[in-house]
Design a protein around this ligand. Structure first.
Ligand code: RNT
Ligand code: ZN
Length: 422
């Protein structure tokens, strides 16, 4: 492993190289330090949650793998997450789902949840000085009938889920109030059809009505911020999804909610990077579920791909860091779950750092002059700049392991804690 001296010396050289391109590495690191990534609770326990009544996953979601040691209780999940964030530079957020309610002795249904079931989570977040985000859970529940919730033809079923949505917004507002920072409340429903529908219109009309009922109550954006998440298709809902991209884009623009772009929710060659500046022309803010689609699965661990770099470039080069709430959404049960959090989050940060370090103003100058040859040449050469030395230095100065030194700590945790869970 590198010594402090080596890390600092490498950084010093890198800083000079970047300065030659007109890029200030210290400024880039200061900007990066202000970015909070919303880390999803559900990587820690395969989207299981802690309600005893909860059904098996499904409803368009699937987790594969059986790596031992998944969190079985809220305390275990909290401990695992604390381990993960001790290995990631910066201060990040925790993204909860309603199904992670802590019932105590009094069990309540999803249509009766309140802040009482989330008190421990709030106290924990306060102690860690991190923000919390929230999601109503419209899956893994007996009231998901024939794969439908808010679009169901039966009014009683719709009403149950509307009630859940309302409760979750109240919980979000209570979280935001207690923590003194807004809670992002993201709504995704699994509703869809496996085969060709005879009526695409009615479920969408019912969805508008249901959503309007959920969002009727105005809430201070200082406490709770609402967002809606489109999807192209899910497992078992391949032919029709009422909550499509166009549907929710229209909804968000007309109703003033945010829109959540999930990287795994589009056609395989359709990235979300290009959508960012398009939708931000009409929405004040958006949220992201950064993920990685692989064939039928939309939720592989985030790796440092071209697509991830493109997302980070659009956020940073577009000047949108304060208008995009970056969250992660993936679940892999085939590897150590703490490592999955660390790898994905560190990759998101690396991609943001790469974008912050890129000599984008030089690329743009060439572009504005119509000199596309220079644009291409500079973009390609800039890829060889020594960003790794800057990343190492960042980890070093934030007191987290440099390079893959974090892995030894996860392995130790696996041995001491995870492997003992049976
Ligand atoms: C599903 C959506 C949604 C979920 C989480 C668990 O396709 O991406 O965001 O992954 O709510
Ligand atoms: Zn998502």
């Amino acid at each position: 492993m590198s010594t402090s001296k080596q890390i600092e010396a490498a950084y010093h050289l890198a800083r000079q190289r970047y300065a030659e391109w007109g890029v200030h590495t210290d400024t880039a690191l200061r900007t990066l330090a202000r970015v909070a990534i919303s880390m999803h609770c559900w990587q820690g326990d395969d989207v299981g949650g802690f309600e005893s009544a909860g059904g098996a996953l499904g409803d368009g979601l699937a987790v594969t793998g059986n790596y031992p040691g998944k969190a079985r209780t809220p305390d275990e999940l909290r401990a695992d997450f604390e381990k993960a964030i001790s290995l990631i530079p910066g201060r990040h957020r925790f993204n909860l789902h309603a199904s992670y309610a802590e019932m105590g002795r009094r069990k309540v249904g999803r249509d009766a949840l309140g802040v009482a079931q989330f008190r421990n989570w709030i106290a924990w977040a306060k102690a860690l000085k991190i923000g919390l985000d929230f999601n109503p859970t419209f899956f893994s529940h007996p009231k998901v009938d024939r794969g439908m919730t808010l679009t169901h033809p039966n009014k009683g079923i719709r009403q149950f889920w509307i009630e859940h949505g309302l409760r979750c917004r109240e919980i979000g507002a209570a979280i935001g109030r207690s923590l003194g920072q807004p809670c992002l409340n993201n709504l995704w429903i699994p509703d869809g059809m496996k085969d060709t529908p005879a009526d695409r219109r009615s479920p969408r009309e019912r969805l508008v009505e249901s959503l309007d009922a959920i969002y009727a109550r105005k809430m201070s954006p200082r406490h709770n911020v609402d967002s809606v998440e489109p999807k192209l298709f899910g497992i078992g809902a391949e032919s029709y999804t009422p909550g499509s991209h166009e549907f929710y884009l229209g909804y968000a623009v007309s109703r003033g909610t945010l829109l959540t772009l999930d990287a795994g929710h589009y056609h395989p060659t359709e990235g979300i990077a290009d959508k960012i500046s398009s939708v931000l022309g009409f929405l004040p803010e958006i949220a992201l579920h950064v993920s990685r689609g692989v064939r039928w699965d939309s939720d592989h661990v985030v790796t440092l791909t071209d697509e991830l770099e493109a997302i980070a470039q659009e956020i940073v080069w577009g000047g949108y860091l304060d208008r995009v709430r970056i969250g992660l959404d993936y679940f892999d049960a085939s590897i150590n779950r703490v490592a999955a959090w660390v790898i994905g989050t560190r990759n998101m940060l690396k991609a943001l750092l790469l974008a912050l370090l890129a000599p984008a103003s030089q690329f743009r100058q060439a572009e504005n002059h119509g000199d596309y040859t220079t644009r291409l040449a500079l973009m390609e050469d800039a890829k060889a700049l020594p960003w790794g030395a800057v990343w190492d230095y960042y980890c070093h100065t934030r007191d987290v392991p440099v390079g893959h030194a974090w892995l030894a700590q996860v392995k130790q945790y696996d041995k001491d804690v995870l492997s003992k869970r049976h």
